[in-house]
Design a protein around this ligand. Structure first.
Ligand code: AMO
Length: 420
């Protein structure tokens, strides 16, 4: 058997008489288990006595012929190089035996990623994004980057972070919405993996102030159904990819992820209202669903066997100015995708006709001058198009049954956190 070199940090050490067992956390969720025997390797045993939890080291060794540990792969070490010892006791238990409060987990995330459970979440986050990129590249989407310093918001003024941009006021981008639409003047399928900055004032388990989106826009569509299909295929691709590539991580997290059944249910907004009203909830026909209503609908849909479902046809009164309206003017081609009672994505078919778009802006009380850079893109042959924004942390949260969206991002930005 060949010699391997593995680098990482000691997360556990146990001495049993003349044997020392050291667990090293590296880049996979299963630690490497070093078994040092005084009789077999006296020098390394001596070194093993001196090093403790938190030490950064590399070792060379071969897999033990008899594997006795259920926790990781056992090695017989030939060489150990110590790179750094902790200068203070660790502030958290990187083995995860002593559960830390969420606040502590967030503060010490960079250290806790040595812990297999915490590491598993972020290995799966990496897979989720790999899967998305693989899906897009197989399906003819090109990856684009749009500015994060912008002059106008796409999602309304209430959640904009204002910044000083030389002599002008500017904002941090809430969504690449306007730019990805403008690109429909010259590309037919684009995607962007991007931060969203939103001044959400409230402390909820679903909101961050800096979150990540997987954004899509596609042109020459026949109807909003083309966009629903892309999102459904993307989500299915991501979940299947994680099921295939992250068995160990899912097991460590105790996650019960399943391949979603397709097609996802398409529930009309008005149907959702009727269902919720029949359960005794007071629901407005012209406003977005409240968090409570969303959750309640999730329970009802779960009872019918639907985990993932679209809510389609939101009323114009509740949406952004850019969604295409139905002939009646009351409903739009806007949709949400909900995953067990949580909105994870939102999108729709856009208004691509210049005059109608201009009127929509005015009707929403917005000043077309502030959007002139955007409106111009609709003058020179803008095809019918649509797209969506999918929240990375919200999707991960639901896939892994996490309780708080803060568990799904390495460094949290919320109302009270600006460091680390
Ligand atoms: P929306 O505002 O619904 O739509 O955002 C899309 C998705 O992004 C995620 N998300 C968030 N996640 C955590 N914290 C937040 N503060 C937060 N805000 C949004 C959610 C949400 O479903 N312009 C449209 C997209 C489009 O039509 O293309 C938009 O941004 O999962």
């Amino acid at each position: 058997m060949g010699l391997k070199r593995i680098c990482g940090w000691i997360i556990r050490k146990k001495s049993i008489g003349r044997i020392i067992i050291i667990e090293v956390s590296s880049d996979s969720v299963k630690p490497s288990v070093l078994v040092l025997k005084e009789e077999r390797e006296p020098e390394l045993f001596k070194l093993g006595m001196e090093i403790d939890i938190g030490t950064a080291l590399c070792f060379e060794g071969e897999e033990a012929p008899e594997q006795r540990s259920a926790r990781g792969v056992e090695y017989i070490a030939r060489k150990i190089e110590v790179y750094a010892k902790p200068i203070e006791p660790l502030p958290v238990d990187t083995m995860g035996k002593v559960p830390a409060l969420l606040d502590t987990r967030i503060k010490y995330r960079w250290l806790l990623v040595r812990n297999p459970v915490e590491k598993a979440i972020f290995i799966i986050r990496n897979s989720l994004l790999n899967a998305a990129r693989e899906y897009f590249s197989k399906n003819g989407f090109i990856e684009v980057q749009t500015p994060k310093i912008v002059a106008a918001g796409a999602e309304g003024g209430a959640t904009l972070f204002k910044i000083q941009y030389f002599e002008n006021d500017a904002y941090l981008s809430q969504s690449p919405q306007l730019f990805k639409q403008m690109l429909m003047a010259g590309f037919t399928r684009v995607y962007e993996i991007t931060p969203y900055f939103r001044a959400e004032k409230y402390n909820t388990t679903r909101h961050l102030n800096e979150s990540w989106g997987i954004d899509v826009e596609q042109g020459f569509i026949n109807s909003v159904e083309d966009v629903l299909q892309t999102l459904e295929n993307l989500i299915t691709y991501i979940i299947e990819y994680v099921l295939k590539n992250n068995k160990e991580e899912l097991e460590i997290l105790g996650a019960t992820l399943k391949k979603p059944s397709t097609p996802f249910k398409r529930l009309k907004f008005q149907e959702a209202v009727d269902i919720l009203r029949s359960e005794g909830l007071e629901i407005s026909e012209t406003e977005d669903l409240s968090d409570y209503a969303e959750k309640k609908l999730g329970e009802i849909m779960a009872g019918k066997g639907y985990e993932l479902y679209f809510i389609v046809g939101f009323p114009w009164a509740s949406t952004g100015f850019y969604y295409m309206r139905d002939e009646d003017g009351v409903y739009t081609r806007k949709f949400d995708l909900d995953y067990s009672g949580l909105e994870i994505a939102s999108g729709g078919q856009r208004e691509h006709r210049y005059e109608k778009l201009l009127n929509a802006l005015k009707e929403k009380g917005l000043n077309p001058e502030n959007f002139s850079f955007y409106l111009e893109a609709f003058k020179y042959g803008m095809p019918p198009h649509g797209g969506f924004g999918l929240g990375v942390e919200r999707l991960l949260m639901r896939m892994l049954n996490l309780e708080n969206v803060r568990e799904a991002i390495l460094f949290v930005r919320d109302r009270t956190r600006l460091v680390p």
